[in-house]
Design a protein around this ligand. Structure first.
Ligand code: SF4
Length: 148
């Protein structure tokens, strides 16, 4: 993994939960609470995808949520990154053969980072956000025409 070259700005994250059992969602909250305290790095949850750099998605995505997830993704400004938290969104997990599942998520929107686990630990979630941060830095350089 490369090194972060700068922390030019805070990284704002929007969380979309589609059919999650809630355990992955609780681990995201745990990453923000004092033990891990991701906010000290400027990583914070925001209430609108229009304000977000990174989209965190949990759950196996029921069919009636797929269009909503596409709309959430389209509302985010560029550059943006998507992280799938948990086995459900990565592969379908325990719901892989359900009649009502539209996922895995990368069949609905582009995914940059996968965090496997049922649920994954907060350390893995913070590590995934750092990986997304590296992608965003690269995209920003491309947008500025400074790609090495
Ligand atoms: S991956 Fe496991 S913990 Fe996460 S939403 Fe699915 S069943 Fe729940």
């Amino acid at each position: 993994m490369g090194k972060l070259t700068s922390f030019k700005r805070s990284l704002w994250v929007f969380h979309a939960s589609g059919g999650s059992c809630n355990a992955c969602d609780i681990e995201i909250i745990a990453a923000l609470t004092p033990r891990y305290d991701a906010e000290r790095f400027g990583i914070k949850l925001v209430g609108s995808p229009r304000h977000a750099d990174v989209l965190l998605v949990t759950g196996a995505i029921p069919k009636d949520f797929a269009d909503k997830l596409r709309r959430i993704y389209e509302q985010m400004p560029d550059p943006k990154a998507v992280i799938v938290i948990g086995n459900c969104g990565t592969s379908g997990g325990v719901f892989y053969d359900s009649y009502n599942i539209a996922g895995p998520i990368d069949e609905i929107i582009p995914v940059d980072v996968y965090v496997p686990g049922c649920p994954p630990r907060p350390e893995a979630i913070v590590d995934a956000v750092v990986k997304a941060w590296l992608k965003l830095e690269k995209l920003e350089k491309q947008l500025e025409g400074k790609e090495e």
